[in-house]
Design a protein around this ligand. Structure first.
Ligand code: URA
Ligand code: SF4
Length: 251
């Protein structure tokens, strides 16, 4: 599978787990090959199964509203799911189904190489950060095996409960700022050098000079960051719980 289109072709005829038996259409995922932002949901529902496209039912409408709220449209982002075929009666996918299907999502992530992965709900969040509750993880950026993961609650939960909707909206609003920071971080060294040169005129203190851009934007509090790393299988925690006194948390 050398392209995203090829992944989709293979998915469309896959029979590697029992979910193939009940599907109308497989739902490989969709979006531009160069999308910076990847959303990962759980699995197709009724409408997705009918149309062969991800997030086209009520949860999809909410996702589109959320994208609009940050000035984006769905054709700018890649949207995928943990399992590509609809579980019967919208039951949760079981571990053997997730395991059988993970090769497709793994390849999609490799080929897309997105700047930011937004995991929607506990299933896709658990793929990167297992064993922790989504309510603890939501709204914080983490780096896991070199990928930047931003968990939020599933849009379908926001349709059921007003307080969840508010939490999802609050987390979504952080996405443009995260993308800005990640874009700067991923710039080639020559451009970073230019930024450093331009900012040299501000004459930062030696302590400031030794900190990375990330630290400046999201200052770490060693105690909290350290303890969170210990209890998290994620290889790095990028954001502290609270900024140190006198420092502002930007996102
Ligand atoms: N919910 C999901 O998790 N994925 C979809 O594609 C649609 C609804
Ligand atoms: Fe294949 Fe995934 Fe569909 Fe199972 S859910 S049949 S592994 S594409």
């Amino acid at each position: 599978m050398d392209t995203l289109a090829e992944v989709a072709r293979v998915v469309n005829t896959c029979t590697d787990c029992q979910l193939h038996a009940g599907r109308t259409n497989a739902v490989p995922g969709e979006g531009p090959d160069a999308a910076e932002l990847l959303f990962i949901g759980e699995g197709p529902g009724f409408h997705e199964d009918r149309q062969g496209r991800p997030f086209v039912g009520p949860a999809g409408n909410f996702l589109e509203d959320l994208l609009q709220s940050i000035g984006m449209t769905r054709d700018q982002v890649y949207i995928a799911n943990m399992v590509k075929c609809r579980p019967p009666d919208n039951r949760d996918p079981v571990p053997s189904e997730i395991a059988a299907c993970s090769k497709y999502l793994d390849r999609q992530i490799e080929l897309l190489d997105p700047l930011l992965i937004v995991t929607l709900g506990r299933f896709s969040t658990g793929r990167f950060i297992p064993g922790q509750s989504i309510s603890r993880l939501r709204g914080r950026l983490r780096r896991v095996n070199g990928r930047h993961i931003f968990p939020i609650m599933h849009p379908a939960a926001g349709l059921r409960r007003q307080e969840m909707r508010a939490a999802i909206e609050e987390d979504f609003a952080k996405i443009p700022g995260l993308l800005d920071v990640l874009r700067i971080q991923s710039e080639p060294a020559s451009e970073s050098a230019q930024i450093r040169e331009a900012s040299a005129s501000f004459e930062p203190s030696p302590a400031e000079q030794s900190r990375s851009l990330w630290d400046v934007l999201a200052p770490a509090e060693p105690g909290i960051a350290g303890s969170r790393i210990e209890e998290s299988p994620a290889d790095e925690v990028d954001q502290p719980n609270d900024p140190p006194p006198g420092q502002q948390r930007l996102f």
